[in-house]
Design a protein around this ligand. Structure first.
Ligand code: PGA
Length: 225
């Protein structure tokens, strides 16, 4: 009997891109694809900019293997914090929230204290944090179940980190058992299979290549193939 394939999490991080129209185009194209079976072997998590969470959720809700994630969450609870999007508000649309992406750390000065508060706001409200680290120097808040390792040199550069180095970092991170380990950084069709077919890696966080539905779909197929 064929061994059952381990579930892999393939996450699309659109970052700050797309209009409503472009979102609609992306989703309509994506859901028209013939998804490989068995569907149980992967989960796709689409993380659009906040204004399009509802649209993406609505258009994909008939696909049980597709879920929606936020790219960030406020470290404040509900209240008088103009402009913030709190975790409770997000739960209506999203199951996951990316927290601690290096772009948030760098451009928005998010500190470990802020990030750990974001994680507790998320989990308190039933959102699953996907916590990003740049390396072993970044603390991982307790109760985080999804850790995405994203080396800065690999993000958006075309220089994905070789599998062996990623696995060495996984050891250094000393993750608690039961933690899902995700890799991100210049993932594309040509290198996705190597990570996805490693039993040590539970999924991929895809930036640039997720902006095109066809190239994102090709990445998914590298595992299911
Ligand atoms: P990239 O981005 O795939 O464009 O390198 C990954 C990320 O920043 O999450």
């Amino acid at each position: 009997m064929k061994a059952e394939k381990k579930t892999k999490y393939i996450i699309a991080n659109w970052k700050s891109n797309f209009t409503e129209r472009e979102t609609l185009q992306w989703v309509s194209t994506f859901i028209s694809y013939d998804f490989p079976s068995p569907l149980g072997s992967f989960r796709i998590i689409i993380c659009p900019p906040a204004p399009f969470l509802s649209l993406v959720r609505e258009k994909t809700k008939h696909l049980s293997f597709v879920q929606v994630g936020a790219q960030d969450v406020s470290f404040f609870p509900e209240g008088a914090y103009t402009g913030e999007i709190n975790a409770r508000a997000l739960t209506g649309f999203a199951r996951y929230a990316i927290i601690g992406h290096s772009e948030r750390r760098y451009y928005f000065g998010e500190t470990e204290r802020i990030l750990s508060q974001k994680c507790s706001e998320a989990t308190k409200n039933g959102l699953e944090p996907i916590f990003c680290v740049r390396g072993a120097g970044d603390n991982i808040p307790s109760h985080v179940r999804f850790v995405a390792y994203e080396p800065i040199e690999a993000i958006g550069t075309g220089n994905n980190e070789p599998l062996q180095k990623v696995l060495a970092m996984k050891k250094n991170l000393r993750l608690l058992s039961g933690t899902y380990f995700i890799y991100g950084g210049s993932v594309q069709k040509s290198n996705a299979g190597e990570y996805l077919n490693s039993s040590e890696i539970d999924g991929l966080l895809v930036g640039g290549a997720s902006r095109n539905p066809q190239s994102f779909f090709e990445i998914i197929k590298q595992y299911a193939a």
